[in-house]
Design a binder for this molecule. Structure first.
Ligand code: FPP
Length: 242
């Protein structure tokens, strides 16, 4: 059964979960969402998935009510230190992508500490997309490459898909093979637009705080049943595999 090397997840539905459970605010949904993330990262490490990239906070999320943004930042800071033993025990290396300089200083400090402490781990690379927006990432990469051309550091013809990929936040990772979005919404929401060009997309009705090992395994079996043609024909793929 083919296993994706890189899974990207849009963890959606925390607010609806909190409401369904009768909590007064959406915050409890985010807190329980951290537990779902811990379970999922552990499962990915056990199953042999090498990269897991999760949409933890989008650029657009800054526009949410201040109390919710503050709560999310508080949850980020407290989870980072609390989750260290889990990360170390499971050989998980933590990374972050996005406009990280917009995060509160305390969050930047915690991130740096956990990144440094887990840098030697190699079972799974867990990347948090924080203050992340894909169009902004693509624009930034475009400007970086344009500047290099302007300064005579590279030729126009040297800008190909590889060079462009190298200018993105995700330069050290292979592209995602599978994108999972929970909560039933069927959108990409400005997530890894360049990188998911050939990814399989799976939308699941489960709300993120309820996402379990069984849901992950269900997504993996759907993925394994799909034929990834990458623009080729079935016949060409079958020739290669026989
Ligand atoms: C989407 O649910 C979820 C988020 C915007 C935040 C995701 C964060 C976590 C799972 C916790 C981990 C957090 C950090 C910062 C590490 P929603 O709030 O959009 O839910 P709704 O669509 O039901 O309103």
């Amino acid at each position: 059964m083919s296993l994706p090397t890189h899974i990207a997840i849009i963890m959606d539905g925390n607010g609806r979960w909190a409401k369904q459970q009768g909590f007064r605010t959406r915050i409890r949904g985010h807190e329980v969402g951290v537990e779902a993330l811990r379970r999922t990262a552990q499962s990915c490490a056990e199953l042999g998935v090498k990269y897991l990239t999760v949409y933890a906070f989008s650029e657009e999320n800054w526009a949410r009510p201040k109390a919710e943004v503050n709560a999310l930042m508080r949850i980020l800071v407290s989870s980072l230190s609390k989750e260290m033993p889990t990360l170390m025990k499971n050989g998980i290396k933590l990374q972050a992508i996005g406009k990280l300089d917009l995060l509160p200083k305390s969050a930047q400090r915690e991130l740096q500490e956990v990144k440094d402490a887990t840098a030697g781990n190699s079972t799974l690379v867990l990347t948090l997309a924080l203050s992340y927006g894909s169009r902004q990432e693509i624009l930034q990469a475009t400007k970086t490459l344009a500047r290099e051309v302007q300064l005579g550091q590279r030729s126009l013809d040297s800008i190909d898909e590889t060079a462009f990929g190298q200018a993105l936040y995700t330069h050290s990772m292979p592209d995602p093979d599978l994108v999972i979005r929970t909560s039933g919404e069927q959108r990409i929401s400005n997530y890894l637009l360049w990188q998911i060009s050939y990814a399989e997309l799976i939308f699941m009705p489960v709300l993120w705080p309820d996402f379990s090992r069984e849901h992950l395994e269900e997504a993996l079996s759907q993925y394994a049943a799909r034929e990834r043609r990458m623009g080729k024909t079935s016949e060409q793929l079958n020739e290669k595999s026989t």
